[in-house]
Design a protein around this ligand. Structure first.
Ligand code: FEO
Length: 405
C-alpha cells in the first residue's frame, strides 16, 4: 500500500521516481534521476492528470489503487503526450477501462497515433471547463511548450496549476513532494539544464503561455518533473521568464577544444582578461570532458560566450562543431560573443566561428585571435584583450532588440 502526499483539497501526488535510467531521451545524463509526476483529484468525479513512463506503470497503478480503494477513474486529463507522461495510458485502461481520455485535438490525434486508442475520448478547446464536483477545472492550450499539443489545467477551487513540463526539473523526489518540505539545492541547476535542453528553442511560445496565465491566482504549480512549487512560485516563474527571453546573467562561459593544450592556454588567457576586468562569473568547459547538456545550461544562464578550438582536418574541431549545432538548434538569442582558434598549417576555425556568431546575430567583440602552433606573447596579449573587451561589451546596455522575440 501507499500513503500518497496530499497537495491541496482532494489532490494527491501519485507520481514515481526513476533512478535507473542513465540518460533522459537517451541523450541527457541524469545524475540525480528524474521523477514522472501524476496527480489524482478524488472528488465526486475522479480525475487523473497525466500518467508516467511505462517502465514504472506497476508502481503507478498501485499508488492510484491505494488512494481510490475500489473507486473508478472518470477522467484522464492529458496535458502532455510525450511518452514519459503518456506511457502508462494503455496499462491504466486495463485497470480502469471506462476512463474518459480528455485532451485537445492534437492530443487525441497523438493518443491514437502512439497507442491506437480512439474510443472513450473527450476533446476540449482552449478555455473549456470541467466540473468534478467541488473542484472546477479550466484548460489552457499552450502549444509548443514544448510539443504542439501541450496544455495546462487550472483548478480554480484550490488555485492549482497543472503545468505539464513547464517549471519542471530533473531530480527525483526523495521522500517529499512540496518545495516547502525538502532541500531544493539540487533542483535549481537541474531546472536550468532541463529548460536549456528540452524547452530552450521555444522561448516565444513560453512567453505567450506566461502571458496567458498571468492573471491566474496560483498557490501551487504541479509540474510533471520535480517538486510541486508552493513556496517558490515567483522564483520559478521568474526563471522561466528570463530564460524564455534569453536574458543571461553577467558572466561568461568559455568552451574550448584542445588536443595538446595550446588552445587551452588561449582559453586561460581570455579568462584572465575577463576576471581582471571585473567579471566574477567565468565558467570554463573543456568540450571533451563537460557534458553538452551542462554546457548548454550555462550558455542559457550567462550572457557572455567564448568558443575556441583548433582547426581539425581543415574544419572546425568536431566536438566544437557538434556543440554549435546544438546551440543553433535552440536558436539562442542575445549573446555577447568572442572566439579564438589555433592551427598548425592552415587556419579555418577562426573563420568558421566568426560565421557562426554572425549567423546567430549576436554582438561580437572585434578581437579575432588565431594562433599558429604554440601560444606566443602577441596572441597571449590579444587573448587578454579579448577578455577585456568582452567584459566591456557585457556592461554595455543592449541597444537593439530585434532578436528578442
Ligand atoms: Fe517530460 Fe516533454 O516530457
Amino acid at each position: 500500500m501507499y500513503i500518497n502526499t496530499k497537495i491541496a483539497g482532494e489532490i494527491y501526488y501519485v507520481g514515481v521516481n526513476d533512478r535507473i535510467k542513465e540518460k533522459f531521451e537517451n541523450m541527457l545524463p541524469l545524475p540525480y534521476g528524474v521523477s514522472y509526476n501524476s496527480y489524482l483529484i478524488a472528488d465526486e468525479k475522479v480525475a487523473l492528470i497525466d500518467t508516467v513512463e511505462a517502465s514504472h506503470g506497476d508502481i503507478f497503478i498501485q499508488k492510484i489503487q491505494s488512494q481510490l480503494q475500489g473507486r473508478n477513474i472518470d477522467y484522464l486529463i492529458i496535458n502532455h503526450m510525450e511518452p514519459d507522461h503518456s506511457g502508462s495510458i494503455t496499462q491504466l485502461r486495463k485497470y480502469y477501462p471506462n476512463v474518459t481520455i480528455v485532451g485537445n485535438k492534437r492530443t487525441l490525434e497523438m493518443v491514437e497515433g502512439y497507442y491506437g486508442i480512439d474510443d472513450n475520448t473527450m476533446e476540449i478547446k482552449d478555455g473549456d471547463q470541467l466540473s468534478l464536483g467541488h473542484h472546477q477545472l479550466t484548460f489552457y492550450l499552450t502549444p509548443m511548450v514544448h510539443w504542439p499539443e501541450t496544455m495546462m489545467t487550472y483548478d480554480k477551487t484550490e488555485k492549482v496549476l497543472f503545468s505539464g513540463d513547464a517549471f519542471g526539473c530533473f531530480g527525483t523526489l526523495d521522500g517529499g513532494v512540496l518545495d516547502t518540505e525538502i532541500n531544493l539545492d539540487k533542483y535549481w541547476d537541474e531546472m536550468y539544464r532541463y529548460y536549456a535542453n528540452i524547452v530552450g528553442k521555444y522561448g516565444s511560445p513560453v512567453q505567450k503561455a506566461l502571458q496567458k496565465l498571468a492573471s491566474l491566482e496560483i498557490q501551487y504549480i504541479c509540474t510533471t518533473h520535480g517538486p510541486v512549487w508552493h513556496g517558490n512560485i515567483s522564483k520559478v516563474v521568474d526563471i522561466y521568464d528570463r530564460l524564455s527571453r534569453y536574458e543571461g546573467c553577467e558572466g561568461v562561459v568559455i568552451v574550448y577544444a584542445s588536443m595538446y593544450g595550446n588552445t587551452e592556454q588561449m582559453a586561460e588567457a581570455v579568462a584572465q582578461g575577463l576576471v581582471r576586468n571585473g567579471i566574477k562569473d567565468v565558467v570554463m568547459h573543456n568540450v571533451a570532458k563537460s557534458d553538452a547538456s551542462v554546457i548548454l545550461s550555462d550558455i542559457f544562464k550567462y550572457k557572455g560566450l567564448v568558443i575556441g578550438g583548433p582547426t581539425y582536418s581543415n574544419e572546425l574541431h568536431p566536438d566544437i562543431h557538434s556543440l554549435l549545432t546544438k546551440i543553433e538548434l535552440r536558436q539562442v538569442k542575445n549573446r555577447d560573443f568572442g572566439f579564438f582558434g589555433s592551427f598548425s598549417w592552415a587556419g579555418v576555425s577562426g573563420k568558421k566561428l566568426a560565421e557562426f556568431g554572425e549567423n546567430m546575430k549576436w554582438c561580437m567583440v572585434d578581437d579575432r585571435v588565431e594562433e599558429k602552433m604554440a601560444l606566443k606573447k602577441d596572441n597571449y596579449l590579444k587573448c587578454l584583450d579579448l577578455g577585456k573587451n568582452l567584459a566591456e561589451l557585457l556592461r554595455t546596455p543592449d541597444t537593439k532588440d530585434e532578436n528578442s522575440d
